[in-house]
Design a protein around this ligand. Structure first.
Ligand code: AMP
Ligand code: TRP
Length: 338
């Protein structure tokens, strides 16, 4: 039965940045009145890397508050913390018994993140992470999953696991979800302003090239002004050419994404880097300032945010429990009760 169910998640580790907003969160906000949307702060995923308990507590609240500040409306969507709904880890086990070692071994996010301290020291949870992510999605019978381009491979795995499980145990246990990724050059992959060949990330790359959503507007302006461009700054220096001019092309993509136009159209309006950077800085500040103002308001009322998360967990738990029951039954686990 088509129900236009949407699920997405964001990790509460590290400072949320412009890539998160443009690749994911603003699509969540736009979608919340179109579909039946579940949005999850994936705090359990945060445990796959080192972190301090007090910081984790604060980061989960900060992320939930920020999502509300960015425009999620608890009357139009369900916002919750992953660890508040125990079915996520329960279904993850069934999916770990569905996925193969080889396919998890090929996940680029695992390869990238484990490369830091070496595979030998990587947490097993970092390896099995995609199964937990698949559980996040499949529990809610999600038709669509709005994410940035970096999650494409995880979504493909989720689809494979759902199909394999359905083929083994009954064709209608899981809905097979579609990834919903922004168009190329329009938010799918926001790049680090200092390293235009690398995506903007909470955990890697030059911090000078990452624009935090909570950052002081003056720091944002400075980071945009110092963004790496390309050596030539002649009269036709501004061209959209991702191979030959990755620096300026990523600035054009950013401004196009913020304006809702295309990078080629933006390029046509500029000849030099300076004015492009000035307009881009103003557009970024205009996008984040209202979020920051609303964040400051919401932050005064943590009780409100906690109550949103509590009712979100209740609603999510209902849906999740029914799906888990279906999956347990399908694999042949005896159900208790009458
Ligand atoms: P994460 O910060 O890894 O929890 O990501 C949360 C969401 O933001 C996911 O949908 C990611 O695909 C998206 N995202 C993260 N970094 C970027 C980026 N640089 N460009 C576009 N989307 C991104
Ligand atoms: N893996 C995603 C990331 O790193 C976060 C995530 C976890 C997620 N569970 C999800 C995204 C479910 C979409 C749906 O960005």
């Amino acid at each position: 039965m088509p129900q236009n169910r949407v699920l997405s998640g964001i990790q509460p580790t590290g400072e949320p940045h412009l890539g998160n907003l443009l690749g994911a969160v603003r699509w969540w906000v736009a979608d919340q009145r179109e579909g039946d949307c579940f949005y999850c702060v994936v705090d359990l995923h945060g445990l796959t890397v080192a972190g301090d308990p007090d910081q984790r507590r604060a980061a989960s609240m900060t992320m939930a508050t920020l999502l509300l500040a960015a425009g999620l409306d608890p009357d139009s969507c369900t916002l919750f913390l992953q660890s508040h709904v125990p079915e996520h880890t329960q279904l993850a086990w069934l999916l770990e018994c569905t996925a193969s070692f080889g396919e998890l071994r090929r996940m680029t996010q695992f390869k990238d993140k484990s490369a830091k301290e070496g595979e030998e020291a990587a947490r097993v949870g970092l390896f099995t992470y995609p199964c937990l992510m698949a559980a996040d999605i499949l529990l809610y019978d999600a038709d669509r999953v709005p994410v940035g381009d970096d999650q494409r491979q995880h979504l493909e795995l989720t689809r494979n696991l759902a199909q394999r499980f359905n083929a083994r145990y009954g064709s209608d246990v899981f809905v097979v979800p579609e990834a919903q990724i922004p168009p190329p050059g329009r938010g799918a992959r926001i790049m680090n302003l200092q390293e235009p060949e690398r995506k903007m990330s909470k955990s890697a790359g030059s911090p000078q090239g990452v624009i935090g959503l909570m950052e002081d507007p003056r720091d944002i302006e400075r980071k945009v002004r110092r963004a790496v461009t390309d050596a030539d700054d002649g009269p036709d220096a501004v061209r959209y050419d991702t191979a030959a001019k990755p620096g300026v092309s990523s600035l054009l993509e950013l401004l196009a994404t913020l304006e809702g136009t295309r990078p080629e159209e933006v390029a046509a309006r500029y000849s030099r880097y300076g004015p492009l950077k000035a307009d881009l800085a103003a557009a970024v500040v205009a996008a984040v300032e209202p979020i920051q103002a609303r964040y400051r308001e919401l932050d005064k009322d943590p009780g409100y945010v906690a109550s949103v998360l509590a009712s979100g967990a209740q609603r999510a738990g209902h849906v999740a429990a029914a799906t888990l029951e279906r999956a347990y039954d399908a694999v042949g686990l005896l159900r208790s009760g009458p």
